[in-house]
Design a protein around this ligand. Structure first.
Ligand SMILES: C=CC1=C(C)c2cc3[nH]c(cc4nc(cc5[nH]c(cc1n2)c(C)c5CCC(=O)O)C(CCC(=O)O)=C4C)c(C)c3C=C
Ligand code: FES
Ligand SMILES: [Fe+2]
Length: 388
């Protein structure tokens, strides 16, 4: 169980309150760090190879035999195709730009919502692109950070995404690269009302592009990055959590439209979670359902999967089948979404400091029943102790 004993949380919060009575002036106060975890993407086309090499080197995402030898070779082979895709979407991934906008605005809101823990500073820790976790760790140490929240930017938890980022943070933290920091974790938030509201508003904007007379017949096709069935079958929570997000968004919309959840971006020959988004669009066309809103539900910024796969590949193909497709915008710099991030962080900081919540959620404490990765166990125990 991830919960720390209630008494020790209380003692800690009392100690912290007493310490704050004779605290140094705020100007000298080290910031409360909000560390935004995500996979990242190449900001420019020439960074594509490094991004792919880092991705194929991650044994938590893609376990390969002789990983350190194979990863550069596979990355090299895939680079021209993926470089072309980043070129086609404007010369790189916008994820760093959006994460910084989200982080800066979230931190400013947090200073108002949670003055006790101000000042807040956002840090970005990407798994496969710069700034990587080691670079961020050095910066936090330099800033004298003593309290940090690892805040996943994946709304739904998968061990291949958030789990991998937490494993990396654990390795860096354990090695002393971040300094003496009290850590807590926001590990999933796929049904948070602010997130649900932001997605619902973007769907409503896309629906408004259809004629009012047929608007309620438009099919909402929620699309999430797929998972290999080997990951689903070891008990990964992602499929359940993405489904819960879809369900919450549909409740908010009052079930105004028919909908399905489908899966995209399979890589390689193994079995992946289906039905595939492209096949679903063709199937709907065959059944005469020719008005569709595509909704990205598992990633908050634009990336090649929205801008390339959904907009250029699938939408083009669908149009050839006579389907009228509009995509709901990604959350990007949505003020409703950024407010949700700030609300989530403020509530978390408060609950942890009052001892009403552990450093990590109860759900995070449970390993997948089929997990054989020892790091997962060590990571969960380490975060449950506040990173000590
Ligand atoms: C929540 C989203 C994602 C999950 C879950 C996920 C799992 C997952 N991915 C791979 C393999 C690859 N993913 C690649 C790119 C990629 N993946 C996601 C999101 C999730 N992945 C995004 C947003 C991106 C693209 C980044 C961008 O800027 O657009 C790639 C590289 C691209 C390619 O070579 O096609 C691979 C490979 C696995 C194996 C996996 C689960 C185990
Ligand atoms: S793979 Fe899920 S906890 Fe290890
Ligand atoms: Fe992926």
């Amino acid at each position: 169980m991830a919960h720390i004993p209630r008494t020790s949380a209380l003692t800690r919060s009392l100690t912290r309150s007493l310490a704050s009575l004779n605290h140094a002036p705020p100007a000298g106060k080290s910031p409360t760090a909000i560390v935004m975890l995500n996979m990242g993407g190449p900001s420019t086309v020439p960074e594509t190879y490094d991004f792919l090499r880092n991705l194929f080197s991650d044994g938590d995402l893609i376990p390969l035999p002789f990983q350190s030898v194979l990863a550069p070779l596979i990355a090299r082979r895939r680079t021209p195709q993926i470089e072309q895709q980043y070129t086609d979407i404007g010369g790189g991934s916008p994820i760093l730009r959006y994460t910084n906008i989200q982080g800066e605005r979230m931190a400013a809101l947090l200073d108002e919502l949670s003055p006790e823990t101000a000042p807040h500073k956002h840090y970005v820790a990407f798994r496969y692109a710069r700034p990587l976790t080691d670079e961020t760790a050095r910066q936090m140490k330099e800033d004298g950070v003593k309290r940090a929240v690892a805040f996943t930017q994946y709304p739904q938890y998968s061990c291949s995404t958030t789990g991998s980022s937490l494993n990396e943070l654990y390795r860096r933290g354990k090695a002393g690269e971040v300094g003496d920091v009290e850590w807590s974790v926001i590990d999933r938030w796929g049904t948070h009302s602010g997130f649900v509201e932001a997605v619902a508003q973007n769907i409503e904007r896309a629906l408004a592009k259809f004629p009012e007379s047929t608007r309620s017949d438009v099919v909402l096709l929620f699309s999430a990055h797929s998972l290999p069935m080997s990951v689903v079958n070891r008990g990964d929570p992602y499929v359940l959590e993405v489904s819960a997000s879809v369900s919450a968004v549909m409740d908010r919309l009052g079930h105004s439209n028919p909908y399905r959840l489908v899966w995209q971006s399979q890589v390689g020959p193994s079995a992946w979670m289906g039905m595939q988004t492209g096949e679903a669009l063709k199937g709907l066309a065959r059944l005469g359902r020719k008005q569709v809103v595509l909704v990205p539900i598992a990633f908050t910024s634009d990336h090649i999967e929205t801008l390339y796969e959904l907009d250029l590949e699938y939408a083009k193909e669908a149009k050839e089948h006579g389907v009228d497709v509009h995509r709901a915008e990604s959350l990007n710099d949505s003020p409703v979404f950024i407010r949700a991030l700030a609300d989530l962080a403020a509530a978390h900081l408060k609950e942890v400091s009052l001892g009403r919540a552990g450093y990590a959620s109860t759900q995070m404490g449970l390993r997948c029943p089929g997990c054989t990765n020892a790091t997962c166990g060590q990571q969960k125990a380490w975060f449950a102790r506040g990173g000590r």
